[in-house]
Every structure is written in C-alpha cells, then in structure tokens.
Design a protein around this ligand. Sequence first.
Ligand SMILES: N[C@@H](CCC(=O)N[C@@H](CS)C(=O)NCC(=O)O)C(=O)O
Length: 217
Amino acid sequence: MVTTLFVDLMSQPCRALAIFVKMNAMPCNIQTVALRKGENKTPEFLSMNPLGKVPVLKDEEFCLTESIAILRYLDTKYGSSCLYPKSIRARAKVDEFLEWQHTNTRMFAAKVFLGEVLFPGAINIEQAVNDMNAMLDSVESMFLKDKNFIAGETVSVADHFAVCELLQTTISGRDLFKDRPKLQSWLDRVRKDSNPHFDDVHSVLYSVRRRYIKNKL
Ligand SMILES: N[C@@H](CCC(=O)N[C@@H](CS)C(=O)NCC(=O)O)C(=O)O
C-alpha cells in the first residue's frame, strides 16, 4: 500500500518534503490540497489534520502532521539516500539545523513573505527585513562557514528546508541573495545537485512569482 503526502506546493515545508520524496523515488503519492481554494478546511481533510494545515501524510489509516515528523517517518519506512544520512554524526548535524530552522529560517523569512505578499500593511517590513538579515548572517557564519552545504559536503534535507523558506520571500520580487555571494553560490549548488526535482517542485512558485512581479509593474 503506497502512502499519500498531501501538499500545496506554495507551502515551504511541503516543497522540501516533495523534493525529498522525489529525489529518493519513494513510492509515495503526492496529492495537492489547494489552500487558496480552502481544500484544507473540508471535513475530509480536517479528519486527517484538525488544524487544517499541510503537509499531512496518510499511510493506510495512520495520519501524521508536521513536516519534520513526516520526513522521519518516510525515512524510517522507506530508508532514504544521502538526503538524510544514516551515520550518527552526519544525521545529528542535519537534525541540528532541522531544530534550528523552525524559529529562524522559517519564522523570519515567512514574516517577510506574509508582510509583503499575503497581508501587506499588517507587518512592520523594515523590522521584519532586519530580523531576516540577522538570521541570514547566522546561516552564513555558522551553517555555511566552512562547508558547501548546511550539514556537510553534500546536499541534504537541511538545505531543502532552508532554501524553500528563503525562496518564498522572492515571490514579491525581493532578492535576498543579492549582495550575499556565499548564500547565492550555496543556492546554486543546492539547485544543481537537486535538479530536475528542485525546479519541478518550484515551478508553481516560479510562475506565481512571475505573475506577481508583472502585476506590480
Ligand atoms: N510546523 C508545520 C507548519 C505547517 C504550516 O504552517 N502549514 C501552512 C502552509 S506553510 C498551512 O497549511 N497553512 C494553512 C492554514 O493555516 O490555514 C510543519 O512544519 O508542517
């Protein structure tokens, strides 16, 4: 019996999980739940996640929420390759970032996206951008200080969870990689080592971004 991963690819953690499933060729269906159409509020969806959030994983009658828990469930069920390493220390370095990202890359990048795209005027953008820049300084000075990827010398889920959050802020036309050559070359490496799946999963974001920027001009 194959599992089903319910996602909206406009959601950052959903994209990271979709890349994980695709790069590891896991026998897991990826099914879209369109948040903009309220498909996450139907009784059927709420029976899987009463909080009405994506991603959700369904494996027969078993339902699981929270992207990091889903990642670990899929890894345990199917076993994964280099994206979530098996060796104790390599995995611990990926986990270190996965713990950190909730209150850093996710929190600060999402705030800028919400304030610029979803709820303009509701958030102090200058403050949000300052907070995001402090977070980016930490990514560069700690996680990317002396290695090519967040958790070592090969791409891992840590990079995908980070990049998916950062790219969300580019929908408004903001280029947070400008003036940050270290971050830009890391993004280029992550994308190169994760394609074609990376661009495939981001194709919705790319087209929303094109439309958003065109309408703004
Ligand atoms: N901590 C959760 C976050 C899930 C989450 O916030 N999902 C958002 C999309 S990024 C959502 O479904 N929002 C819809 C809503 O709140 O109505 C995870 O990592 O899975």
